[in-house]
Design a protein around this ligand. Structure first.
Ligand code: ATP
Ligand code: MG
Length: 235
């Protein structure tokens, strides 16, 4: 049996006394793109926070490439190849594009290599290398955030709403890069609000509702059977 890149088993999590994840089961096969859809408040971001060690689950199991990681810290998760691009723009607004990229190099990759990779994926960042990151457009900031992921050469990439607040054309552009990253062998779990985009790029789709994964399948199956839930039925 092939070990999945990520396996989530019976995961429960709460904020205070309010239970938000109620037994999440999910697997991301090696090299696959899995899109996580579902209405607002379904628990998608909380799941990503649990996987990336930012929120402690109350019970359940997390395995990264077969390694039990429920109690692993951020450092260990990074060593195992996990890279998360959280909700919102993950850049330092008061540093320039180039300074942001140089900062990534502290994670152990040479600065010039980071900058080369970033500028080859996103030529627009080269033109704006001296601009403060906080003054970039939303799409450009997301390109900068994604450069972090590319530089760290991850095994599993978690993306929380890459497309938040962006124009459809930019979203398409970013997802072309996501497809390119996946083609290089990286496994990807992405939360996506635009179901159409997700269904186009993903190998598999998982639908969350009310703190559980209520359906998984290939995009075509999910498109036909889960339209109501995806578009914001009861959470
Ligand atoms: N820090 C927090 N403290 C208390 N409750 C929280 C916290 N973060 C999230 N919640 C609650 O947990 C539930 C799940 O939130 P979560 O952010 O995981 O949903 P989501 O599926 O990512 O939604 P969206 O599509 O709106 O981003 C929501 O009811 C939310 O109000
Ligand atoms: Mg969210």
């Amino acid at each position: 049996m092939v070990v999945p890149m990520l396996e989530v088993v019976g995961l429960h999590a709460a904020y205070g006394r309010i239970e938000v994840l109620r037994g999440v089961d999910l697997a991301v096969p090696k090299g696959a793109v899995v899109a996580l859809l579902g209405p607002n408040g379904a628990g998608k971001s909380t799941l990503i926070k649990c996987i990336s060690g930012l929120h402690t689950p109350t019970s359940g199991d997390l395995h990264l490439a077969g390694v039990h990681v429920q109690d692993a810290g951020a450092d260990e998760l990074a060593r195992l190849g996990l890279c998360t691009i959280p909700e919102g723009r993950a850049v330092f607004p008061n540093l320039t594009v180039e300074e942001n990229l140089r900062l990534i190099s502290y994670a152990g990759v040479a600065a010039d290599a980071v900058i080369d990779v970033a500028f080859s994926y996103f030529p627009r960042l080269r033109e704006r290398r001296s601009q403060l990151a906080g003054t970039l457009s939303g799409g450009e900031q997301q390109m900068l955030a994604m450069s972090r992921a590319l530089a760290s050469d991850p095994a599993l990439l978690l993306l929380d709403e890459l497309s938040m607040g962006l124009a459809p054309l930019i979203v398409d552009e970013l997802y072309e890069t996501v497809a390119g990253i996946a083609a290089s062998g990286v496994s990807i779990l992405c939360i996506e609000q635009f179901a159409d985009t997700a269904l186009r790029v993903a190998d598999y789709v998982a639908v969350m509702s009310g703190g559980r994964v209520v359906a998984t399948g290939e995009p075509a199956e999910i498109r036909d059977s889960m339209v109501d839930v995806i578009l914001g039925g009861a959470a």
